[in-house]
Design a binder for this molecule. Sequence first.
Ligand SMILES: Cc1cc2nc3c(=O)[nH]c(=O)nc-3n(C[C@H](O)[C@H](O)[C@H](O)COP(=O)(O)OP(=O)(O)OC[C@H]3O[C@@H](n4cnc5c(N)ncnc54)[C@H](O)[C@@H]3O)c2cc1C
Length: 393
Amino acid sequence: MKIVVAGGGIGGLSAAIALSKVGFEVEVIERAPALTEVGAGIQLSPNATKGLAALGVLEAAVAVSSQPERLEMRIGRTGEKVFSIPIAKEARNRYGAPYLHIHRADLIALLKRAAEFAGVQVRLGARVSAYVRDVDGLRVGLDTGAIVPCDLLVGADGVRSTVRRQMLGEQEPRYTGAVAWRLTVPADVAPDLPHAAIVWAGPGRHAVTYRVRRGELINFVGVTETEKFAGESWDQPGDIVELAGDFGDWAPPIPDIIASAASCFSWALFDRDPLPTWSDDRVTLLGDACHAMPPFQAQGAAMAIEDAIVLAKCLQADGISEASLRRYEKVRKPRTTKVLGSARANMGVFHRSNAITQAATYGPMKLADRLFPSFVRSRQDWIYGYDVRHVQV
Ligand SMILES: Cc1cc2nc3c(=O)[nH]c(=O)nc-3n(C[C@H](O)[C@H](O)[C@H](O)COP(=O)(O)OP(=O)(O)OC[C@H]3O[C@@H](n4cnc5c(N)ncnc54)[C@H](O)[C@@H]3O)c2cc1C
């Protein structure tokens, strides 16, 4: 049985590995001429790294990652700590897997190697344009003119998924009202920056800093509420002067990080309300194609990795059938919908606009961190504690 996966991002490659491991012939079709990712970091929480373990790539990921000692929230302008949760040993002890910070290009490279090793065929520079179902079965049409017959099509083609559009009709994603700036700089620009994932909160904006590539680089993401955005692609150049206008007067070392960046990129952030359905006959969706969410919970890629493993389990259990795809959606949709809600809510938490709302939000958080640290830690259990390897389908 042959499965075509549209899209060779984190979700598509994870699905390709998982599906080929359970015995399917898999072809990934990616519109870009090379399988790569942008020069930015990504956080992989323990639920995501348990997924990487299921795919057989966790050791390779650990080897090129940085492991944060703590997860922190600070006030952007002053650097004052709101909470600080230990995560290095705790991730393994409490959740059974490490918390990693990885460069996206490194993650894609190791997923690509694993996919090729598993026998996945990857066709680059070809865009999935449409699919057709008729008496001859399912066929996928590419912009190159090629037609690829298959038994199942998985649309892992991102927030503006072509497969989703054909399945459910034209429907624009929702602009979250915020753009993300991103850049990386050598770690010696800010040697005192703690080995931590730090959310720096501020009025109408927040920043996130952490180290990637074995600690050699610092990844900076700045999120600003604005109605003005230039583009949606990862390689949309940003204006360092404008970025410095938003974050240049924040606590050290943020100004140094921005001042030493040679360039930056900006990306308008879109999400979608939960879809009415993820599948239609032998066509299904995965990752951002079916549950695009804002990055304020750092879970979009984690959800795509989890989807990949659950989809493979469902197809292994019941073969390629509508029942398997319904099961996949039934298992995954409640969780991805809950994470979407929590990611949306976080934007408000990180962007408190004045001293009163900041005090009302961050004051109790600081107190809880001091008086009930185990309660603060347990708030992430429902996300990080999930072990996709043990999900029953
Ligand atoms: C600023 C920012 C920070 C983030 N941080 C985190 C984080 O720390 N942790 C986390 O878990 N998530 C994070 N995310 C979310 C994460 O990046 C996404 O959820 C994840 O990349 C989705 O993967 P995907 O494979 O579903 O889609 P995509 O990464 O969008 O991949 C889709 C692929 O399909 C290809 N494609 C598109 N259309 C077609 C077509 N018609 N035919 C063939 N190929 C096609 C594209 O070229 C692309 O390669 C962040 C997102 C942003 C914006």
